[in-house]
Design a protein. Structure first.
Length: 121
């Protein structure tokens, strides 16, 4: 059996696991639901489905407020590189911390802002 990670190697390993999203959920309550419902979208507005997890990316579709049964295909929080972070404005940094979820809705797949989703049954 090999030597255990110590010091810097252990810290690096933990950072890689966390950054890659390989760490298991802390509990069953933290596990991602199989489906989402749209929440927090005002009447007369829509939740935009995008081709990549970024608010300026191409729109693939629109999901009405209160819609249910969006299939959860996974969520992530994109992290810009350090070089990019250093050149970003405060607003860009705030938006860079947003979580996005890939969903399937009426046969189309795309990314939506996670803040407008809630677990659905």
């Amino acid at each position: 059996m090999g030597k255990p990670f110590t010091g810097r190697a252990a810290a690096f390993f933990v950072c890689v696991v966390i950054a890659s999203g390989l760490a298991p959920p802390a509990s069953a309550e933290d596990a991602m639901p199989p489906y989402f419902a749209v929440t927090g979208v005002p009447a007369g507005d829509v939740l935009n489905m995008r081709d990549v997890p970024h608010g300026d990316s191409k729109k693939l579709g629109a999901i009405p407020p209160g819609e249910r049964g969006l299939k959860n295909l996974g969520c992530l929080r994109p992290e810009p590189s350090l070089d990019r972070w250093l050149t970003m404005t405060e607003d860009e940094r705030k938006n860079a911390k947003l979580e996005w979820c890939r969903v399937e809705y009426h046969g189309k797949q795309g990314w939506v802002a996670a803040r407008f989703l809630t677990p659905d049954k």
